[in-house]
Design a protein around this ligand. Structure first.
Ligand code: FES
Ligand SMILES: [Fe+2]
Length: 447
């Protein structure tokens, strides 16, 4: 096999960094070695080279609206406290007591000015400084010691349109550079509400027995929609919505980010009507679209409103701007286990009946008990169960997954059909560049 680059302006987009990826630009085939989903060595390398060295989605500003509000969650394997301090600043601390490393905050959410460790009762302000040190006489009295035991803050934190990102490594580029073309797609969703957007209280959490990259693939995979979700597709047809895969696209946004743009899979609350939304919503959509056109300009409003979008921001954020709006966060736990968290994003100030419709619609499709997500979870758990069958059959080339569909479009440019596998390939190319070669892992090109 060869990795000779085609004549394409964006050659960086097409480079491959390790032998777990086999792409052939003559035969137009692209394969991923299945050890990438199974091996601890790969998982550990990802922890360092991806989760330790790039921007990660932490949460939405509106999850902690009031000073002192906090949430705890684990990101990239590190327990964190996500808090708005008493001055209103959004911060993120490693949730480990500076004294001896105990989990400092054992609540999942709350409001507080201080965090006190239960072990020896050291306490810290929500702005990070040591607030109380029991029996402090036995410690050095100088401020250097006190400073040295303040809360450990993440290396970087920045916010784009309310979406809070962190990095554990100081050497990351500015957030907007990292987001690149993905930034504007976040902005599009953020500008749907004339008074801004907010996350609803509550979180959907579930654990999947599958590698985190299978969740990325699944979200960027329009090919599976009709066969895997045939119950949902049938339901939409029965309600009078014409489901189609025509004129729908997958975009390589660069740096591992991807986008599906879909016009024929579902309606959009407030923007594109479908029968199951009901007649009241039909009338409201006319007014809502007029308001968006006036505020954003007709072209921008149409771009935002006409099409549904599934945006993947490398490596852990999925933004489902579909019939309702869902933020999904991926958290790898082990090679074969991923925690998933989801929030509902809504327009500030929208009427109660619209809010109710949004919740009902969201739960009917992308929720863990909806008509789509359980299908998807079954699909990627079935992959994880299946890929052990071929482990070790390298000479026969059985141990590779094929993602060649529509690869000719990669040569033409960054846009392909949503039912092809281009958005997966761009993810994997970026992934392979980041993790590099991994010693002791199967997968040699051309074996
Ligand atoms: S470990 Fe937290 S006070 Fe000792
Ligand atoms: Fe799906």
């Amino acid at each position: 096999m060869t990795t000779t680059l085609p004549n394409h302006a964006d050659t960086d987009r097409l480079a491959v960094g390790n032998s777990l990826i086999a792409q052939d630009w003559e035969d137009l085939t692209f394969k991923v070695h299945r050890s990438a989903y199974r091996e601890n060595a790969v998982f550990n390398r990802e922890r360092n080279e991806i989760w330790g060295r790039t921007w990660l989605y932490l949460g939405h500003e509106t999850e902690i609206p009031v000073n002192g509000d906090f949430k705890t969650r684990t990101i990239g394997g590190r327990p964190l406290i996500f808090v708005r301090d008493s001055k209103g600043e959004v911060r993120a601390y490693l949730n480990a007591c500076p004294h001896r490393g105990t989990i400092l905050c054992r609540e999942t959410e709350g409001r507080t000015r201080t965090f006190q460790c239960f072990y020896h009762a050291w306490a810290f302000r929500n702005s990070g400084e040591l607030a109380a040190l029991p029996d402090s006489d036995a410690y050095p009295t100088d401020s250097a010691f006190v400073d040295s035991v303040s809360l450990r803050e993440v290396a970087r934190l920045d916010i784009h349109e309310g979406f809070v990102f962190i990095a554990f490594h100081d050497g990351v580029p500015p957030l907007l550079d990292h987001l690149g073309k993905a930034a504007d797609y976040i902005s599009m969703t953020a500008s749907i509400g004339k008074d801004g957007m907010t996350t609803l209280p509550g979180i959907q959490k579930y654990s999947v027995r599958g590698n985190w990259k299978l969740a990325v693939e699944n979200a960027m995979d329009g090919y599976h929609f009709a066969p895997t979700h045939n119950t949902f597709v049938g339901y939409l047809r029965e309600t009078g919505f014409a489901v189609t895969d025509h004129d729908q696209y997958a975009h390589d946004l660069g740096d591992g980010h991807g986008l599906l743009v879909l016009t024929g899979h579902n309606g959009r609350i407030g923007m594109v009507w479908e029968p199951r939304f009901g007649e009241t919503e039909k009338e409201r959509i006319v007014g809502k679209r007029a308001e968006m056109s006036e505020r954003l300009g007709a072209d921008r409003a149409a771009t935002i409103a006409d099409a549904s979008r599934i945006l993947f921001v490398f490596p852990n954020l999925l933004l489902f701007d579909l019939e309702a709006l869902t933020i999904r966060q991926l958290e790898p736990v082990e090679p074969g286990v991923t925690d998933v968290r989801a929030w509902q994003l809504v327009e500030n100030g929208e009427p109660d009946d619209v809010r109710a419709l949004r919740l009902k619609t969201m739960a009917s499709f992308v929720g863990p008990g909806g008509l789509a997500t359980p299908d998807d979870i079954e699909a990627y758990e079935a992959v994880q169960r299946g890929i052990v069958a071929t482990a070790g059959f390298d000479a026969e080339q059985f141990d590779w997954s094929d993602m060649s569909r529509g690869m000719a479009d990669d040569v033409a440019g960054p846009r392909g059909r949503s039912t092809d596998e281009g958005a997966m390939r761009s993810f994997w190319r970026h992934w392979s560049k980041r993790v590099g070669e991994i010693a002791g892992v199967n997968g040699k090109v051309g074996q």
